[in-house]
Write a protein that binds this ligand. Structure first.
Ligand SMILES: Nc1ncnc2c1ncn2[C@@H]1O[C@H](COP(=O)(O)OP(=O)(O)OP(=O)(O)O)[C@@H](O)[C@H]1O
Length: 609
């Protein structure tokens, strides 16, 4: 029954409708029909329900029960068996009324959302491949757009959902998300299709649109499940480590070994296995933090007092802080590439004084592990650049000279640039690239040199282009630089293989360099002298500092004791590296080979769907 106020409201509304229709109704018969219809009690009840629903709509109720109709009939059956009290009779009577039955079935349809269009089941064939990661999404096409933009990744050809517009069909469905990769639309593959084509494909679709998607979440999961590889930058033997929790549970490794890290949960002991080790069980290795802490606690091998530094005679040599001279000597027809390496004794002193007074040992992080990724070398790829580094006098140039002589067709060196006058016997582009000072300085500003310096008022430098030139000839380019310059070529473009030439112990140095004479004055090439005890000490200490400071960039350490042994080891190692199908590169090289290409591959097109 309607309450009096509600009745009044409805009556007022209806009478105003009636008065409004009077003028439009020609026949009395029509008027009466309309009047009786509008005064119908059921219509009034419907109004009442409508008003109630409106009130509930704001509260967004969720159904307590989705099967109210069947529950009511089950209850009626139960009650019949309970005996016939008046209340039971009334309730059973209510349950049997068609109105209530219809009301409950409508309730169930709403609760089960049966009013939404039904989509045909997904055929089995669409799930044939990648069934774990692929998601099939079916949407009913309306006149509105999906409310999403798509883009194509040019490097992979993948079509990816770029944006989902709030409130749009895709957003409301909750089934498509930003970053999802669209594989197919209605069975049509989208690989290498332009967003424009996809647009017309969608426009042609009628009724249901079925997307085959690789969800972004799956892709993220897959990448987080990706194996983590670390290259060890130190030797480790658990049997020599008194702190290891269990020696049997730990694994030994040598510098350069690639380890697959399986757990980093423990701050001090990671779990890892050797690459290619088929055993499932991993072993303990010291974590990066632990190893760094241990190295920091180690006492330096020797402590030095900074010695007084004698000022240089030629102030120009100071321009390139650590090194001041160059060497350029013809060896058996092969030009020995220049290196800004050999220091005059004053420069060495200055460098040492700076090194120890600035406390470099306390600030440098010791080499521990380097995160690496596998790279499958294409036989057509240029050879990796070979960078040789080491303390002055250790034999870097000697090893390079021997490599060049051993196979001049295979190994090559760069032709340096200089601003000095060409000598009569010299050839442009063979001995040097002779350039003007403004040209040289412009190239410095444009970062075209890997290394450069000034000597006797002239510039000398190794250009990036000269590296390209040797590599383009299909040769292994050998480059000797100070370790500070490695960063200029530490890119996926050059893929440098860095060899650190290390001096042996002082006893072996004394023995092997007993009769060795070296050029000690760059101005007077004839001024040669033998190594002193102080030279040996300097060499060992500088090597120690270099290894600590640049260890993370070094791929191979060659101890140059006996030159024949050291050369044999270096040559064999370079040959092995060249033949390897899989190389381990630092993760930061994980981009396309040149910066220009990298930029291009990141470009994509957005299209609204
Ligand atoms: N293992 C070795 N045994 C004996 N002599 C060696 C050995 N290695 C190098 N030498 C000699 O030591 C001297 C210095 O070597 P080299 O010129 O190659 O040093 P370097 O590392 O290039 O330093 P710099 O850049 O200062 O020239 C040379 O006379 C070289 O022949």
């Amino acid at each position: 029954m309607l309450s009096r106020t509600e009745n009044r409201g409805v009556c007022r509304l209806l009478s105003s409708v009636m008065s409004g229709t009077e003028s439009h109704s020609d026949r009395e018969e029509d008027y009466r029909f309309l009047h009786s219809m509008l005064m119908e009690k059921k219509l009034h009840l419907l109004f009442k329900i409508h008003e109630r629903l409106k009130r509930f709509e704001k509260r967004s109720p969720i159904p307590v029960q989705q099967q109210a109709a069947s529950l009511a009939s089950e209850l009626a059956e139960e009650l019949i068996n309970q005996g016939w009290t008046d209340e039971i009779k009334e309730l059973v009577g209510l349950f049997s009324q068609p109105d209530l039955k219809s009301l409950l079935s409508v309730h169930d349809a709403v609760a089960q959302r049966n009013f939404e269009p039904t989509l045909p089941p997904v055929p089995d064939t669409v799930l044939e491949d990648d069934e774990d990661s692929v998601k099939i999404v079916s949407l009913v096409k309306t006149k509105d757009p999906l409310g999403a933009t798509i883009k194509m990744d040019k490097s992979t050809g993948m079509i990816v959902v770029a944006r989902i517009m709030r409130g749009g069909a895709a957003d409301k469905s909750g089934l498509i998300h930003e970053g999802d990769e669209l594989k197919e639309v209605n069975g049509v593959s989208l690989e290498h299709r332009k967003p424009k084509e996809i647009h017309s494909l969608l426009a042609r679709s009628q009724g249901e649109i079925r997307f085959k998607i690789i969800p972004a979440s799956t892709k993220e999961e897959m990448s987080s499940n990706k194996k983590l590889f670390m290259q060890a930058l130190f030797d480790y033997d658990p049997y020599e480590d008194p702190t290891v929790p269990c020696k049997e549970a730990a694994i030994a490794f040598r510098r350069g070994a690639v380890l697959q890290i399986v757990s980093m949960e423990d701050d001090t002991w990671w779990q890892a296995r050797h690459l290619g080790d088929s055993k499932d069980q991993a072993g303990l290795i010291p974590s990066q933090k632990l190893h760094e802490r241990r190295v920091a606690l180690q006492r330096p091998k020797a402590l030095f007092k900074p010695r007084p530094v004698k000022p240089p005679d030629d102030a120009e040599v100071m321009e390139d802080v650590d090194y001041g001279a160059i060497t350029g000597i013809h060896i058996a027809g092969l030009r020995r590439s220049f290196r800004l390496g050999r220091k005059s004794s004053w420069a060495r002193e200055a460098a040492r004084s700076r090194r120890w007074s600035t406390g470099i040992h306390s600030s440098v992080r010791p080499p521990t592990y380097k995160q690496v990724i596998p790279y499958h070398r294409d036989p057509k790829d240029p050879h990796r650049l070979v960078v040789l580094v080491g303390p002055s006098g250790v034999g870097v140039n000697e090893l390079k000279r021997r490599l060049l002589l051993s196979d001049p067709d295979h190994y090559g060196v760069t032709v340096p640039h200089t601003t000095r006058e060409k000598k009569r016997q010299e050839n442009e582009g063979v001995d040097y690239n002779f350039v003007s000072i403004p040209m040289f300085e412009e190239d410095i500003l444009n970062h075209r040199f890997v290394e450069y310096g000034r000597y006797s008022g002239h510039y000398y430098g190794t250009s990036v282009d000269s590296l390209h030139k040797v590599m383009a000839e299909g040769k292994v380019c050998l480059l000797c630089v100070h370790p500070t310059k490695i960063k200029h070529v530490y890119t996926s473009e050059f893929k440098p293989y860095v060899v650190f030439v290390k001096p042996p112990c002082i006893e072996e140095l004394r023995l092997t360099r007993r009769r060795v004479k070296f050029v000690c004055d760059e101005v007077d090439k004839n001024s040669v002298r033998v190594f002193s005890e102080e030279d040996f000490e300097d060499m060992i200490n500088l090597a120690d500092t270099m290894e600590k400071q640049y260890g993370h960039l070094i791929d191979k350490v060659i101890v140059n004791g006996d030159i024949v042994v050291a050369f044999r080891e270096l040559k064999a190692d370079l040959e092995k590296v060249q033949k390897e199908e899989v190389h381990w590169f630092p993760t930061e090289w994980n981009c396309s080979s040149s910066p220009t290409k990298a930029r291009r591959s990141c470009g994509h097109l957005d299209s609204w769907i």
